[in-house]
Ligand binder design. Structure first.
Ligand code: APR
Length: 315
């Protein structure tokens, strides 16, 4: 059987940590690419050398030449520019400026993916996530099954963590889902959350659940507040389970940013919806019966995504 080839396009905090989880999972050979110096080659070799101690096999290589991604089955994209102060002006870029900066990065990334890995499945992590998915779609022209945004896997993991913390139970027994865009308007769904099948609404008061939902929606900011930069263990773990489900054809149901073509009433917009992930990428979008308030929250989230997508200036 052919060995899977997984590319990490961007070897910063999230890219390298994703490589770390993936190496442990022994899903295939890993190649890392980053434009910054020899960082990809260095991190790849360092990780490769951890194999004997940790007991995993699989080749791990890195380069500052994007050609290293050639023929990859899956390309995980974390390349991008974070929101940080301009060293000269001391100012933060506005949201729209950052969208434009990362649109440029993502255009180059997409050209390279199209050139070197035209049959790959792209798992995108770079923010602003939903808008960056649009850039990849616009430039690569890949079918929607092969452009998958990582957002819900992370947001759901944060949500489950807070519920497990509140109840003092194993995270393994917490089931739930977070839909919508990757931002403050995301839509955690308590009505569809359970602990070993017991509705969470029977276990946690409405007030406490509201606080958990608020903490989930602001989860990224909480980590930035502590670290001074964005988190990477949980984003990388969310990414790794998506890659695993794709390459092992597990058909896990994971909320992902997916291009809508009428699902849930939305069109031509990447939005977080429950997806079945298998060897074909997004193999199915699962419909859910949302009530009026859930629907209103999802609409609100879709509007927020659309406002960022509009900045891209595509038709
Ligand atoms: N090609 C390749 N690599 C690039 C390019 C490019 N055109 N532009 C930037 N990079 C690389 C940088 O050199 C850096 O190593 O992308 C990497 C980004 O890594 P970090 O700055 O450490 O950011 P990280 O925390 O990994 O987050 C990456 O994922 O979760 C999202 O919001 C996060 O958008 C951000 C992305």
């Amino acid at each position: 059987m052919a060995i899977n080839k997984i590319a990490l396009y961007g070897a910063g905090n999230v890219g390298a940590t994703t490589a770390h989880w993936l190496a442990n999972m022994e899903l295939g050979d890993l190649v890392m690419f980053d434009i910054f110096g020899q960082v990809a080659a260095g991190k790849a070799l360092d990780l490769y050398e951890s194999g004997p101690a940790m007991g995993f096999d699989g080749r791990i290589t890195g380069s500052s030449d994007p050609g290293i991604i050639e023929g990859s089955d899956v390309v995980v994209v974390t390349a991008g520019v974070p929101r940080k102060k301009d060293p000269v002006t001391g100012k933060f870029p506005s949201r729209d400026e950052l969208v434009k900066i990362n649109q440029d990065v993502m255009s180059v990334v997409s050209e390279n993916i199209k050139k070197y890995a035209p049959d790959s499945i792209v798992v995108l992590v770079t923010n602003p996530l939903d808008a960056m998915c649009h850039v990849v779609k616009h430039v690569t022209g890949f079918p929607r099954e092969r452009i998958i945004g990582q957002a819900g896997a992370l947001d759901t993991a944060r949500y489950k963590t807070f519920i497990a913390m509140e109840l003092g139970v194993s995270v393994e027994d917490v089931h739930g889902i977070v839909l919508g865009g990757h931002g403050d308007t995301m839509v955690p769904l308590p009505r569809h959350t359970s602990v070993a099948g017991i509705p969470v609404t029977e276990l946690i008061s409405q007030e406490k659940l509201a606080a958990i939902i608020d903490r989930t929606a602001k989860g990224g900011g909480e980590i930035v507040g502590l670290l001074g930069y964005s988190g990477y263990y949980a984003p990388a773990a969310g990414t790794a389970i998506m890659v695993e489900s794709i390459l092992k054809d597990k058909k896990r149901v994971i909320p992902c940013a997916v291009y809508t073509e009428g699902e849930y009433g939305y069109h031509d917009l990447f939005l977080g919806l429950p997806c079945v992930l298998g060897r074909g990428g997004v193999e199915r979008i699962i419909p859910m019966d949302l009530n009026e308030s859930e629907r209103a929250m999802l609409d609100h989230s879709a509007e927020a995504v659309k406002a960022v997508v509009d900045v891209l200036g595509y038709d």
